[in-house]
Design a protein around this ligand. Sequence first.
Ligand code: PHE
Length: 343
Amino acid sequence: MELEEIKKRIKDVSEKAEKELLEIVEGESDKLEIWKVKYLGRKGEINNLFALLPHLSSGEKKEAGMLINEMKEKLNTAYEERISITGKQEKHKINLSFPGKRPETGSFHPITIISREISTIFTKMGFGIVTGPDIETDYYNFEALNIPAEHPSKDVWDTFYLSEKEKILLRTHTSPVQIRIMEKTAPPFRVIAIGKCFRRDDIDATHSPVFHQIEGLMVDRGINFSHLKGILTHFIMELFGNNIKVKFTPSFFPFTEPSAEVSMSCNICKGNGCPTCHNTGYIEILGCGMVHPQVFRNVGYDTDEFTGFAFGMGIERLAIIKLGITDIRYFFQNDLRVIKQFS
Ligand code: PHE
């Protein structure tokens, strides 16, 4: 075959290949592979052109060879570019006959839900929200709260010490936040603090080594026990409904005097008696009292001028009563079947 004829064949093949390549569109990567075999493959059209060269003189061979190689390179590049188009399109291919995927939506943890509800009740009564560290010192967790070292009441809070020598520990209640706030705030004020607490309790249906508390503290001139009773009774009725009965019984905490425990009528059995209320018809939900003068002295408050009250309650316990969850462990196992019920 003559050189001119071969050149024309090269041009024809090149044009045909380019035209066919451009016809291959989105999602047709299988067609693209067939095209590749047809032109660039071992027995493809380009190699067929090379097979014509032996009949030419050496000068002509060089010229034709160069033309075929140029074309081969051009088609290779064009092929690579096409892959990105067909491949990309393939990923976007949507089969409209398939059912849609429902996006997963999250839900709040029951402890978060209750904490927010409680916070709202108190913020409506003018309480601010404060926080304190989970890791505390013996001073804030015990001493400043009028719980001296070796005091028998320390037994109540079986403590996780991080460093016994340096007296660094995981707070056993949220009461240390009282001290931290009073140290840097001049009365009058009213605040609540929400957070995690830690005690060396064995895990069972009603005990967990980590749990949450809400602490309340109000200090002003002329604050007395009736204010405490009024605020807490209102809070419990807001959270559980107006039909709930509230009972204050004398109790003891080293940092409050007088101290009380607050119980509410069991809203699970409506006062008839059930395992949750130990058949008493009442469930104890919080501890409270008038801030002990020694605590005020520890933070430099004038005890002739100011009085105040404090209270503390376990959030898990309130959540158990409010949501009817029977076991405290459900709050920490993160079983989505449980958590999703309370969005
Ligand atoms: N800190 C106490 C507890 O953990 C609760 C409490 C707080 C009692 C404030 C009185 C005043 O049991």
